[in-house]
Design a protein. Structure first.
Length: 375
């Protein structure tokens, strides 16, 4: 029942990149305007790391269940996802509604619906040409929409693939999806209409390769091909984070989306995947020890709540006094802790009780080691 080593630390790394990126956007003057922040504050990379982790963890848990029962309970999966994802974001949307009269920030009904239904990345009401001026507190829900759409589709597809040809077939399908995503992304980016402009990288069909790299790692770990690639890639393991953190950041600063929405996202996904597996397998290394420090792991545990609240306090359009640095960071930390202890934890308890009542057995913990742990 131990949690998978280093994953919470990688989540902490991811949310740090996102927060730094929004700090940079909100305070792009003086010290914050340094060109080096383009590399250090790469929020898109932070979200990309989240996607790879999600794909790996969800697929590992689904594979564990299939190995035990020769089946995957979709009812159980959707129950767990609903009680994990919905309550914190709905609490945030309720906060926006309740405080609108005090703050003067009035999100539109269509914006709230797009966020609450997890369709922000495809909603016609959230495109750059149609979005309400007061819907900026929900801008970040595009990535939550991607995750929920993935959770809706992938378990069904994985169950079909496992029944039809086992893990080998599912791993090949993951590779095909990764390759197809490149063409979907480039093709969508080429459609210069108000609906697609500036949002192509946030649509599921354009960024599902990040999630599928994580899925592939869970499916292919231990196979001859994967281990051969992994062995060569981690010979100089420190080059992997250098690739997606520094080199990719510099290329993004130079070529913007022409790099990221073509080969950049795919190269980053592969490097993140291999580095994630190395961190899981080497928790005793100096990098692994840093990722598994108690306070770092705690930040990773809070990362979902931090992500939900950080846009409100770090957006350049928020001119309220508590949205100024450094009080903005303090507000994010306090509300993330409150969200975790008052919303997330109680809902996880409810989830466990419902699982015992509905399925007649004790529910597991997210983040645990798979039955056949990665060595």
């Amino acid at each position: 029942m131990k949690r998978i080593p280093s994953l919470d630390g990688l989540r902490a790394f991811s949310i740090t990149l996102v927060v730094l990126n929004h700090l940079w956007n909100a305070h792009n003057t003086g010290f914050w305007s340094s060109r080096y922040w383009v590399v250090i504050a790469n929020g898109g990379l932070g979200v990309h790391v989240f996607f790879v982790i999600s794909g790996f963890l969800i697929t590992s848990l689904l594979l564990e269940e299939f190995a035990k029962r020769d089946d995957i309970s979709l009812r159980r999966f959707y129950l767990r996802r609903t009680l994990r994802i919905f309550p914190p974001i709905y609490a945030y949307l309720l906060f926006l509604i309740v405080t609108a009269g005090i703050t003067g920030i009035h999100p539109s009904a269509t914006g709230l619906a797009s966020a609450g239904l997890f369709i922000w990345n495809y909603s016609p009401w959230t495109s750059p040409a149609a979005a309400s001026a007061s819907d900026w507190p929900m801008d970040h829900t595009w990535s939550l929409s991607v995750e929920e759409q993935f959770y809706l589709l992938w378990p069904l597809a994985l169950l079909f693939l496992l029944r039809g040809g086992g893990k080998a077939r599912a791993a090949k399908a993951a590779l095909w999806i990764i390759g197809a995503t490149f063409f979907f992304r480039v093709g969508t980016m080429a459609i210069r209409t108000p609906y697609f402009l500036h949002r192509s990288s946030g649509m599921l069909h354009c960024c599902m390769d990040g999630l599928m790299f994580g899925c592939y790692a869970a499916l292919a770990s231990g196979t001859l091909f994967f281990e051969r690639v992994y062995r060569h890639a981690v010979r100089y393991w420190f080059l992997l984070p250098t690739t997606f953190l520094i080199i990719s950041g510099i290329l993004f600063a130079r070529y913007t989306n022409y790099y990221m929405e073509s080969v950049g996202a795919s190269l980053d996904g592969a490097a993140i995947m291999l580095f994630m597996i190395w961190c899981i397998r080497n928790p005793g290394s100096w990098a692994g020890r840093m990722l598994n420090l108690n306070w770092v792991r705690h930040v990773g545990v809070l990362s979902y709540s931090i992500y939900i609240w950080q846009t409100y306090f770090l957006h350049e359009k928020n001119t309220l006094f508590f949205a100024k640095f450094p009080s903005s960071l303090l507000c994010i930390v306090l509300l993330a802790e409150l969200s975790y202890w008052a919303v997330e934890r109680p809902c996880m308890g409810v989830r466990g009780r419902l699982e015992r009542r509905i399925f007649g057995e004790r529910g597991g913990k997210e983040g645990r080691l798979p039955t056949a742990p990665v060595q």
